[in-house]
Design a protein around this ligand. Structure first.
Ligand code: ASP
Length: 284
């Protein structure tokens, strides 16, 4: 079984997400997909916290911006009007929860780390539901498994959590064993897990790479593929040095060092869990 991480850069808009859906429908049966939020969504969610603290009148416009961004994507992914309506209904519950959290912040004039982490996860919660339902609407068998239900257990450190691998591995193996089939496509929202005391805790910005590595190591996946909108590790930043070249192969140590020293392609801690488990990372 493969674990495949899909980054926000591949989920820029409806047409980009449409290409990804086609690829998944052709190549993803029996695999597990760990997702980022759609492009820019986490920034909107986090900026919304500050706005809610300052003035509650800003909340409806943050929610409607998020709704319209996602509904535009849904329109280009799902043709069937009834299925689109059903998905909008499912999502409206999620948006309602989010709205309540913002009003809670505004009312208490306090954004605790717990609340900030909870709100920041909504992009991944929403993208996983949309991708999973889009595939179902094409007649594929797919489902969405939330990290809190899968038992991705963290050390409880808000905004910079690490997974507790022994517990996560036991929980995830059991959770996936009960749902995976050779035809099934499973989506797990990246970026967060749940602490032993039940707190939603994120792995830090860009943390869904790390989530995918945790999932891959936990279930001893055949490989961790990271689907990006770039080719892989380059000899320099392609935005500044256009003639830079692709580095075809790196050791775990080299990949970790480049990530820690600023190669934005991978969350720096991604290598840790897969190195321990001896699983290769392929950037595609
Ligand atoms: N959506 C989160 C972020 O923007 C996590 C991720 O994409 O890896 O930081």
């Amino acid at each position: 079984m493969k674990v495949i991480k899909i980054g926000g850069g591949c989920l820029k808009d409806g047409p980009a997400a449409g290409k990804i859906i086609k690829l998944i429908s052709k190549r993803g049966e029996g695999d597990v997909f760990v997702l980022s939020a759609f492009y820019g969504v986490t920034n909107i969610l986090i900026a919304g916290i500050q706005k809610a603290l300052e003035n509650e009148d800003t909340i409806p416009s943050v929610i409607s911006k998020l709704k319209s961004l996602h509904h535009t994507i849904i329109k280009s992914l799902i043709d069937d009007g009834n299925k689109r309506k059903q998905l909008s209904k499912d999502l409206s519950k999620i948006f309602q929860e989010l709205e309540r959290y913002y009003y809670g912040i505004s009312f208490t004039r306090e954004a605790t780390p717990r609340m900030k982490d909870m709100i920041a996860t909504y992009g991944e919660r929403i993208s996983a539901v949309i991708l999973s339902k889009s595939l179902s609407s094409m007649g594929k068998q797919s489902c969405c498994l939330l990290p809190e239900d899968a038992g991705i257990i963290t050390d409880g450190k808000f905004m910079d959590a690490s997974a507790i691998m022994s517990k996560t591995s036991k929980n995830l193996t059991a959770a996936l064993d009960s749902i995976i089939t050779p035809q099934k496509i499973v989506f797990i929202p990246g970026f967060y897990g749940i602490s032993e005391s039940g707190d939603i805790t994120t792995f830090g910005r860009g943390g869904s790479d790390y989530s995918a590595a945790v999932v891959a190591a936990s279930i001893n996946a055949e490989v961790l593929e990271i689907w990006k909108d770039t080719q892989g590790f380059m000899t320099a930043d392609p935005d500044n040095i256009p003639h830079c070249k692709l580095i075809p192969k790196l050791t775990y140590e080299e990949a970790a060092e480049l990530s820690y020293t600023g190669a934005g392609i991978l969350h720096p801690r991604t290598v840790e869990p897969v190195k321990k488990a001896g699983i290769s990372i392929a950037i595609k």
